[in-house]
Design a protein around this ligand. Structure first.
Ligand code: ADE
Length: 342
């Protein structure tokens, strides 16, 4: 099972989806972490409000689960505006987008998740919409084709992406504000776990919230999911109170180890060590050996492993670090390929 399917919610029951939504902060003041970004967003929103203008277009980028969607909803809430949410792959025809854009009012927010996956046609259609609040819409075909110029209201586009590098320069340049969300330190994740436990009316002690935060791969969405698994475990096997011992047992049972690596993380590291003698190995070969999509590895798995020095990226591919080899209790086979790279 790919991590994408787990985190994007397909494997999650509607009840769990509802819980996840209920844990989302609704105001900037409730949002924990990303202090610098919060400060900048606060200034941008206050400036727009003071001038009675709509906010400039905003690009949020960073690994999944760090709060891009949550921030978009918070921005809409703080501006007192409506939010329309869609995603890059869902926008196939200009007609789809035309319907959405012409229904937006002044100050409304259009949130496009995975904006790096917009088709070139849709992307070009967006340029005048973003820059001049108008669209050039082609009606009819062949000799009867006409371009009609449709004015739009002053909406705000919030784009979210895990891959800012895949955005074309003309699209990127049309965002006035861009913010990079980075992984959260354990102290902030701990605060998020404590807040979520309070909202779920679960009793959790300090050490247990720390254990969950350390094993959450720097990601609030994972912290909240692990909290719910630990809460299930405490409710079913004990009396509901979550202490450190119960948190450790529940997380071990989930396959989440002491540094937060899950089965797929460990499998990826083990494959590089055992199949490719520690690397270097290209991402396509790695994905094929693991029977996973390249995008799943690049978007979901690698960022945390790179950030924490388990994997290194070289010109010739991915390599594991000593830290990863030691953590997995493995011994690296002899590999002459590595000498020239280190
Ligand atoms: N839930 C998920 N992300 C959060 C955050 N950054 N602050 C508070 N609660 C959250």
């Amino acid at each position: 099972m790919s991590r994408e399917r787990i985190v994007s919610g397909e494997q999650v029951t509607p009840e769990e989806d509802k819980i996840q939504l209920s844990l989302r902060p609704k105001k900037l003041s409730e949002y924990i972490g990303q202090k610098e970004i919060r400060g900048k967003i606060e200034v941008a929103l206050q400036a727009a409000k003071k001038r009675s203008e709509s906010c400039e277009h905003i690009l949020l980028y960073g690994p999944p689960g760090l709060g891009k969607t949550t921030l978009a909803h918070i921005i809409a809430n703080e501006m007192g505006s409506k939010l329309y949410a869609t995603a890059g792959p869902a926008l196939q025809r200009t007609g789809d987008l035309m319907g959405i854009l012409t229904n937006l009012n002044d100050g409304d927010i259009l949130f496009i998740d995975e904006i790096h996956r917009l088709s070139a046609t849709i992307e070009e259609f967006m340029y005048p919409a973003m820059e001049d609040y108008k669209v050039d819409f082609v009606v009819d075909k062949g000799a009867f084709a006409k371009v009609i110029n449709v004015p739009l209201k002053r909406f705000t586009l919030i784009g979210a992406t895990t891959r800012a590098g895949m955005l074309s320069a003309p699209l990127r340049d049309r965002f006035g504000l861009y913010y990079h969300l980075d992984f959260y330190p354990p102290e902030e994740l701990k605060e998020i776990v404590i807040r979520s436990a309070r909202l779920l009316e679960s009793e959790i002690d300090d050490a247990a919230s720390e254990t969950i935060s350390i094993r959450s791969r720097g990601t609030p969405r994972i912290a909240n999911r692990l909290l719910r698994r630990v809460r299930d475990y405490a409710d079913v096997k004990f009396d509901g109170l979550i202490n450190e011992d119960i948190a450790i047992k529940a997380l071990d049972a989930e396959g989440v180890d002491t540094l937060g690596l899950d089965n797929l993380d460990r499998k990826l590291l083990e494959v590089i060590i055992q199949f490719y003698k520690g690397g270097p190995v290209g991402i396509e070969a790695l994905a094929a050996t693991l029977n996973e999509e390249v995008d799943t590895l690049v978007d979901m798995v690698e960022p945390y492993l790179l950030k924490n020095g388990f994997v290194q990226r070289t010109k010739r591919g991915r390599m594991v670090s000593d830290k990863a080899v030691k953590h997995l209790g493995q011994i690296l086979p002899n590999n002459s390929d590595q000498q020239s790279l280190l």
